[in-house]
Design a binder for this molecule. Structure first.
Ligand SMILES: [Zn+2]
Length: 287
């Protein structure tokens, strides 16, 4: 059964580790992430962007698929199904469809409008026992065609949103979606420290987890980051493994064209990436 991300993140914050959010794109992705979490006895959050939601034939399809996997494979670790960077409308759709966790990204609105919309969703999600992630200040890079400027969130605005009663808070600290440019300045630990001080027990979320050096990830966790989003890295390792299979001509040997064979190396690559991240974040054995 899907669970809210609240309890796993409170435990992570108190235990000084982070839970990974891995974005899914299809059955192979969902299965790879869930089975790795089960094998490592780790809590996990499955992220679904609006674009991925459309690609997978809508939010209800995803809820059905993920619930089916949890039941049929006897999954016992905590798994949350989370809308990633949702609009207000998508948040409502996901609540209806049966997601256990929602991100409402109101960072592109004025702080007043972000507060008003987040407040409404706090009420709805609390009633239903779902977790809610809010965002302050845009995070750099591109996600589903939206480009941010690598902003750093204002700690006072972070406190305002945290005080609304959200479960976790995404705050820009110089992180970027996608691949990091060679001239990237690194995470702004001064900003993270200030946000952490003002928001107290609030689990903080680090987006754009692909390509941030391990020492920075570890330092961010010690400063209050309890959820780290990984998306691009699984895509890169999946693509590289699939490319290798085809370049080696394996799809032309015997029944190598069978999709279950063709997609297997990519599937294994996602599993390896998820394992590596769970070990780095410290969530192994914390289910
Ligand atoms: Zn993000």
């Amino acid at each position: 059964m899907l669970v809210s991300a609240k309890e796993m993140l409170i435990k992570a914050k108190a235990g000084h580790y982070a839970v990974g959010q891995f974005n899914i794109n299809n059955l192979e992705w969902a299965k790879a992430v869930i089975l790795t979490a089960q094998e490592l006895n780790s809590p996990v959050i499955l992220g679904v962007s609006e674009g991925a939601g459309k690609y997978m034939c809508g939010f209800k399809t995803i809820v059905g698929m993920v619930n089916g996997i949890l039941e049929e494979l006897n999954i016992t670790v905590p798994v949350a199904l989370h809308l990633d960077h949702g609009s207000f409308e998508a948040a409502k759709k996901c609540i209806e469809a049966g997601f256990s966790s929602i991100m409402f990204d109101g960072s592109h609105y004025s702080i007043e409008e972000n507060i008003a919309k987040t407040t409404e969703l706090v009420e709805t999600t609390k009633k239903l026992g779902l977790s809610l992630e809010a965002e302050v200040g845009s995070i750099g890079g591109e996600e589903d065609g939206v480009i941010g400027g690598g902003e750093v969130a204002d700690p006072a605005e972070c406190k305002m949103i945290a005080d609304l009663g959200v479960t976790m808070l995404a705050a820009g600290i110089g992180n970027i979606h996608g691949k990091y440019p060679a001239n990237w300045a690194g995470l702004r630990f001064d900003a993270l420290e200030a946000i952490s001080k003002l928001t107290g027990d609030m689990p903080l979320v680090l987006h754009g987890g692909t390509g941030i050096p391990e020492v920075m990830i570890k330092r961010a966790i010690t400063l209050g980051v309890s959820k780290i989003n990984v998306n691009t890295e699984c895509q890169l390792t999946f693509a590289a493994a699939t490319r290798k299979y085809i370049e080696e001509g394996k799809d032309l040997q015997g029944k190598g064209f069978d999709p279950r064979k063709l997609l297997a190396p990519g599937y294994e690559a996602i599993k390896a990436t998820v394992k590596e991240k769970m070990e780095l974040f410290g969530s192994v054995g914390k289910a």
